[in-house]
Design a binder for this molecule. Structure first.
Ligand code: GAL
Length: 957
C-alpha cells in the first residue's frame, strides 16, 4: 500500500491547465474560438490495429444482459480494451498503400489487400466544458465505418466518400475521465472498381460549440442572379439547440467583398426550440458584385453570427462567389455569359507514395499541375472530393462536376446525396451535380424513376445548378435517365453524339468522360511482354478514343459543352489493358506523381491559347539506333513549325492543332530542335538532346519551405544528370533516401505501373529518369529537413528544406490512456453491519445491486443514518492481461471517501483506514485472467461514502 504522491486527478488537471495555457497563447487570435465555436483538428494521436478483432464470445446471462446495454460495447469497440501495443499514428492514414502487392488480391483495387482494421483514440474534456455541444467529424473513412464513443455505437457510415458528423455530447465524461473513440473500418467492402484505399484517409475534427449552434453544413448561401445588376443570397441558417431551454437568438449575416468591404447584411430573431432545429431566413441583396471567373476567382465571405443576449454564441464563415452558369443545347456552356469549352479531366483521389491519404498541400500541387496543363474543369469521379479540395478549386478557378457515389434513392443513400449537396452548394466552382456514373438501368424506366427522385432531392436543396448523370448508353430508349436530368452526360459513345443531339435538339449535352487512352510515361516503344505502352497516343480502350480523336470530336461540335478526359492522373488499380504485374492504370495525362506524359503536351497546346508553346517527343537518347528512323511528334499552338537536327533543317509543317505534327527522323545523337512561328516570326523554340550517362543525382523540391505543423508536405523530384547537368531520361538507378531533421518521408513513387516497390521504404528506382519523394514536416517543428539521395555509381545529392515554425491548426491534445480505466461498477445496497465482500451476486440478478460510474457516493440505510457506520460494496470486473498480470502493476484509486478494503478474487490487497477522502494505491498480484474487484467502503453515520474519483489499473513505472 503506497500513498500516491500526486493524485491521479491532480496530474490530469495540471495537464489540462498546461494545454489550456498552450491554447490560449497559441490561438488567442482565432476569432471564431471567441464566439464559442472551436473546430479542432483530431488528426493526431490515434492508435491503429491492422486486421480485425472479432467481438468476444458472449455467454452467461449477466454478460449477455450487459452486452445489450448502452455504453457497454465489448471488445475493441468498448472502453476496457487493452490497446497498449497498437501502433501510434496520425491521420490521414491509408493502410492499403502500406501493404504488399498480392497477385491474388483484387486487380481493380491495385492488387492491394484491404481487409478490416481498427482505430482507437482517447479524449479528455475539461470539467469547465460541460454544457457545450461536441461533434466528432470524419471527412472520409474507406470504406464502411462503425464508430463507438465510450462503448456506445454512435454512427455507421456505409460510404467511404461521405463525412460522418456525430453529436457525441450525451456520451461524454468530463474532468478526470477518459473518453474512448473506437472505429472499426471494413475495407473489404467496395464502392468502386478503382483503388479506394483503406482507413481514416481524410481529416478528423472535434467541433465544440454553444448548445445553441449552427448545424454542420447549416448555412445555405448559394448566390442567384436577380437581374443584370442585382444578386441575392437567400441565406438560410439551420440552428439546433441541445441546451436545457429554448433560446431566443439573433442571427446576423454580413457579406464581405474580396477587398474586405461589407456589401450586404441582415438580421433576424428566431426562437430555437429545445432539441429541435429551426431555420432562420436572411435573404440579402448584393449590387453588381465582382464576378468569380476562372482567371480571377473573386471570393466573398458570408459571415453568419448568432447572438444571445448580445453575446456572440456561434459564428460560421463561408466563401462563395458570384457567377452565372448556363448550359445551352446548341452552343454549350457559358460562364458569366461567356462561352467556355470545358477542358476537363476526371480524377480519382490517390497519389504516389500516399495512396488516398493525400495531404492538402499535395492536392494543391496536383491542381497546380492541372492548371499548368490548361484544365478548366474537373469531374471528381465517381464521388465527392475532400472539402479542402473544393476550397482550392474555388480559389484557383476550376469548374467542377460534383458526383454522388451510390445510385440509390432509398433513405440511407438519399442521405449521402443530400449530404454532398448541402456541403458543396456554396462553392462557385461547382457547376453540375451528377447523380451517377454508368448504371446498367440507365436506359430503363427503373433508372428513370430512380434518377427522377434523386434529381428532385438535389433540386430541393439547390435549384441553381443543373443535374446530370454520366451515361454510357441507354439514351435512345423511350424512357431513360436522360429524361430525368437537365444535361445529358455521355461517357464515350462518340459515334452517337450527333444522333442523340439530332433526336434531342433541346437537351444540353456534355461529354462526362472520354478518351481512355493508354500511355506509359517516358516509354516510346510498346512492349507487350513487359506491359509497357508507347506514348504516341496510338492505344486506347475499345470503348474510348485517342486523346487527339476524343478532343477533336468534342471541340468540333459546338453543342458539346466540353470533355472530361479519363483521366488527369494515373491511379492505382484498373491497369487496363494489362493485368498483373501491372498494378496502376495508364490512362493518365500525367503519371501517379504528376509527371507529364506526351498526352500532357498534346492537351496543353490545345487548351492554352494565350502564350506560345512547343514540345518534342520523344527524348533523344536512342543509342544503338543510329541510322534508324525515329517517329518524332511536335506539339505546338503556333502556326508553323520547323524541325532541326544538329542544326540541319529537317522540314517545316503547318501546325495541326488536332493531330499534332509528325516527322520521321533518322537518328543521330545530338540536338533535335523545334522552332515555332507565328506571322512568319519565330516565337518559341525547344529542343531535346542526347545526354551522356548519368553521373550524379539531383533533388528538386517543389517549394521553398515547409510549415512545421506536421501537415505540410511537398513533392521532391529525383533525377539523374549527366556530366553536363542534363537530365538523363532513360536512367533507372535505384536511389536510397536518408531523411533527417524537422520532417520525414511519407512515401514515394516513380510512375512505373509495373513497380512493386514498397512505397514507404528507403529506396526507389528511377523510372525513365524520374522518381518523386514526398516529405512532410514533423508536428511543431522548425529548422531544416535534410534529404540525401544516393545511388550506386552516382554522386549523391542532398537538399535542405527550411521548416518554419508555425502556429498551425488548433488541435485536440493527444491523450494517453491509462492501461485500464474501470468505469462500470455494480453497487450493493447499504448495510448496517460489515457485509461479506466476497459474497456472490447471482449471474441472473440484474436488480438487487445498482449500476453506476464514478463519482459513486452512497448514503446509508435509514436505521444507520444517524446511529452507526454504514457499509457498501462496489464491484467491477476486468481482465488481467500480460501487462496487468506481471506482478508489477497496481490499482490507483483517486479519492475514496470512507474506510476501504480492496479485494481481488477473494484476496485482500490493501485498505484505507481513515474515514475521510484520500487516494490509495495497491499492488496487483501476478496472474492473468478474469478478475473480480470488490471495494468495501465504511462510512460514518449520516455521511455519504464511496468512490469519488477514477480507478485505473496500470503497470508500475
Ligand atoms: C469507364 C468508367 C471509369 C473507368 C473507365 C476506364 O467506363 O466510368 O470509371 O472504369 O471506364 O476506361
Amino acid at each position: 500500500m503506497t500513498p500516491i504522491t500526486t493524485s491521479v486527478r491532480q496530474g490530469w488537471k495540471l495537464y489540462a491547465i498546461s494545454i489550456l495555457v498552450l491554447f490560449s497563447s497559441l490561438f488567442s487570435s482565432l476569432a471564431l474560438a471567441d464566439s464559442g465555436r472551436e473546430r479542432l483538428s483530431l488528426d493526431r494521436g490515434w492508435l491503429f490495429h491492422l486486421g480485425d478483432i472479432p467481438m468476444p464470445d458472449i455467454k452467461g446471462h449477466g454478460a449477455t444482459y450487459g452486452n445489450a446495454k448502452a455504453g457497454n460495447a465489448q471488445g475493441a469497440a468498448g472502453t476496457r480494451y487493452n490497446d497498449s501495443d497498437w501502433r501510434k499514428l496520425d491521420l490521414p492514414h491509408d493502410w492499403a498503400v502500406e501493404g504488399p502487392f498480392d497477385p491474388k488480391a483484387n486487380i481493380s483495387q491495385g492488387y492491394r489487400p484491404r481487409g478490416i482494421s481498427w482505430y482507437r483514440r482517447y479524449l479528455r474534456v475539461d470539467e469547465s466544458e460541460r454544457g457545450r455541444y461536441f461533434e466528432l467529424q470524419f471527412d472520409g473513412i474507406a470504406t464502411h465505418a462503425s464508430i463507438w464513443v465510450n462503448g456506445n455505437i454512435v454512427h455507421r457510415n456505409w460510404s467511404g466518400y461521405n463525412a460522418s458528423n456525430i453529436d457525441i455530447t450525451p456520451y461524454l465524461r468530463y474532468g478526470d475521465a477518459s473518453n474512448t473513440i473506437a472505429i472499426r473500418v471494413d475495407a473489404e467492402q467496395m464502392e468502386g472498381w478503382w483503388y479506394e484505399g483503406a482507413g481514416i484517409y481524410r481529416h478528423a475534427w472535434l467541433l465544440k460549440s454553444n448548445p445553441v449552434h449552427i448545424i454542420t453544413d447549416g448555412v445555405h448561401a448559394t448566390p442567384r442572379q436577380l437581374n443584370d445588376k442585382q444578386w441575392q443570397i437567400p441565406v438560410e441558417v439551420t440552428l439546433d439547440n441541445s441546451g436545457k431551454q429554448a433560446a431566443d437568438v439573433r442571427v446576423e449575416v454580413t457579406v464581405v467583398s474580396p477587398d474586405n468591404k461589407v456589401v450586404a447584411s441582415k438580421t433576424q430573431t428566431v426562437r430555437v426550440p429545445l432539441l429541435r432545429q429551426t431555420i432562420a431566413s436572411l435573404p440579402v441583396t448584393i449590387k453588381q458584385p465582382e464576378r468569380w471567373t476562372l482567371d480571377k476567382p473573386a471570393l466573398y465571405s458570408v459571415k453568419t453570427v448568432v447572438l444571445q443576449d448580445s453575446k456572440v454564441i456561434d459564428e460560421v464563415h463561408l466563401k462563395t462567389g458570384f457567377r452565372s452558369i448556363r448550359f445551352d443545347a446548341q452552343q454549350g456552356f457559358f460562364l458569366n455569359n461567356q462561352h467556355v469549352k470545358l477542358q476537363g479531366v476526371c480524377l480519382h483521389q490517390d497519389h504516389a507514395g500516399v495512396g488516398v491519404a493525400v495531404p492538402d498541400s499535395i492536392w494543391e500541387y496536383r491542381l497546380r499541375r492541372l492548371k499548368e496543363l490548361g484544365v478548366n474543369a474537373i469531374r471528381f469521379s465517381h464521388n465527392a472530393p475532400a472539402p479542402e479540395v473544393l476550397d482550392m478549386i474555388d480559389r484557383m478557378g476550376f469548374l467542377v462536376m460534383d458526383e454522388n457515389r451510390n445510385f440509390n434513392p432509398s433513405p440511407d443513400y438519399m442521405k449521402q446525396l443530400e449530404w454532398m449537396v448541402r456541403r458543396d452548394r456554396h462553392h462557385p466552382g461547382v457547376i453540375l451535380w451528377s447523380v451517377f456514373n454508368e448504371e446498367p438501368v440507365q436506359g430503363t424506366e427503373i433508372g428513370y424513376e430512380m434518377a427522377r427522385r434523386m434529381t428532385a432531392a438535389v433540386k430541393a436543396l439547390d435549384d441553381t445548378r443543373p443535374v446530370t448523370a454520366a451515361m454510357n448508353g441507354g439514351f435512345f430508349t423511350a424512357l431513360n435517365v436522360s429524361h430525368a436530368v437537365d444535361v445529358l452526360g455521355a461517357n464515350y459513345q462518340v459515334p452517337d453524339y450527333d444522333r442523340y443531339h439530332k433526336a434531342n435538339p433541346n437537351k444540353p449535352f456534355t461529354s462526362a468522360e472520354d478518351t481512355s487512352a493508354f500511355m506509359t510515361r517516358g516509354e516510346f516503344t510498346t512492349d507487350n511482354s513487359r506491359n509497357l505502352i508507347a506514348s504516341y497516343d496510338d492505344d486506347f480502350a475499345k470503348w474510348g478514343n485517342s486523346h487527339r480523336d476524343a478532343w477533336q470530336a468534342i471541340d468540333s461540335r459546338p453543342y458539346v459543352a466540353g470533355g472530361f478526359v479519363w483521366t488527369g492522373f494515373d491511379y492505382r488499380g484498373e491497369p487496363t489493358p494489362n493485368e498483373w504485374p501491372s498494378v496502376s492504370s495508364v490512362f493518365g495525362i500525367m503519371d501517379l506523381n504528376g509527371f507529364p506524359k506526351t498526352a500532357y503536351y498534346m492537351h496543353q497546346v490545345q487548351w492554352i491559347k494565350d502564350r506560345p508553346l512547343i514540345h518534342i517527343a520523344p527524348h533523344w537518347n536512342w543509342q544503338g539506333l543510329e541510322g534508324k528512323e525515329i517517329r518524332v511528334m511536335v506539339m505546338a499552338n503556333v502556326e508553323r513549325i520547323k524541325l532541326l537536327l544538329n542544326g540541319r533543317e529537317l522540314g517545316e509543317q503547318q501546325v495541326d492543332p488536332y493531330r499534332m505534327n509528325t516527322f520521321k527522323v533518322t537518328y543521330e545523337a545530338g540536338k533535335l530542335e523545334a522552332l515555332g512561328y507565328k506571322g512568319g516570326k519565330e516565337v518559341i523554340r525547344t529542343s531535346v538532346e542526347t545526354t551522356g550517362k548519368a553521373v550524379r543525382l539531383e533533388l528538386l523540391p517543389d517549394g521553398a519551405s515547409l510549415a512545421g505543423d506536421g501537415r505540410d508536405a511537398m513533392p521532391v523530384t529525383v533525377r539523374a544528370l549527366d556530366a553536363q547537368g542534363r537530365a538523363v531520361p532513360i536512367d533507372n538507378s535505384e536511389v536510397s533516401f536518408d531523411i533527417s531533421g524537422a520532417g520525414q518521408s511519407i512515401g514515394h513513387g516513380n510512375g512505373d505501373p509495373n513497380s512493386h516497390e514498397d512505397e514507404k521504404g528507403k529506396t526507389r528506382r528511377l523510372f525513365n529518369g524520374l522518381a518523386q519523394l514526398i516529405v512532410q514536416s514533423h508536428f511543431d517543428s522548425s529548422g531544416e529537413l535534410l534529404i540525401t539521395a544516393t545511388a550506386p555509381g552516382l554522386q549523391a545529392a542532398s537538399v535542405r528544406i527550411p521548416v518554419q515554425k508555425t502556429v498551425g491548426l488548433p488541435f485536440v491534445p493527444v491523450s494517453d490512456a491509462p492501461v485500464l480505466y474501470l468505469q462500470n461498477w455494480r453497487i450493493s445496497p447499504p448495510y448496517a453491519t460489515r457485509p461479506d465482500p466476497n459474497q456472490t451476486l447471482a449471474d441472473n440478478d440484474m436488480n438487487t445491486w445498482n449500476w453506476g460510474q464514478p463519482p459513486l457516493l452512497e448514503s446509508g440505510t435509514k436505521e444507520s443514518d444517524n446511529k452507526a457506520n454504514h457499509f457498501h460494496l462496489f464491484r467491477s470486473d476486468f481482465t488481467q492481461d500480460k501487462r496487468l498480470g506481471s506482478g508489477k502493476a497496481r490499482l490507483l484509486f483517486s479519492r475514496i471517501n470512507g474506510k476501504a478494503e480492496i479485494w481481488l478474487n477473494g484476496k485482500l490487497l490493501g485498505s484505507k483506514t481513515s474515514l475521510g477522502t484520500g487516494d490509495l494505491s495497491v499492488d496487483l498480484p501476478a496472474g492473468e485472467g478474469p478478475a473480480q474487484l470488490t471495494v468495501l467502503v465504511e462510512a460514518e453515520p449520516g455521511k455519504k461514502a464511496g468512490l469519488e474519483g477514477n480507478i485505473i489499473a496500470e503497470p508500475k513505472k
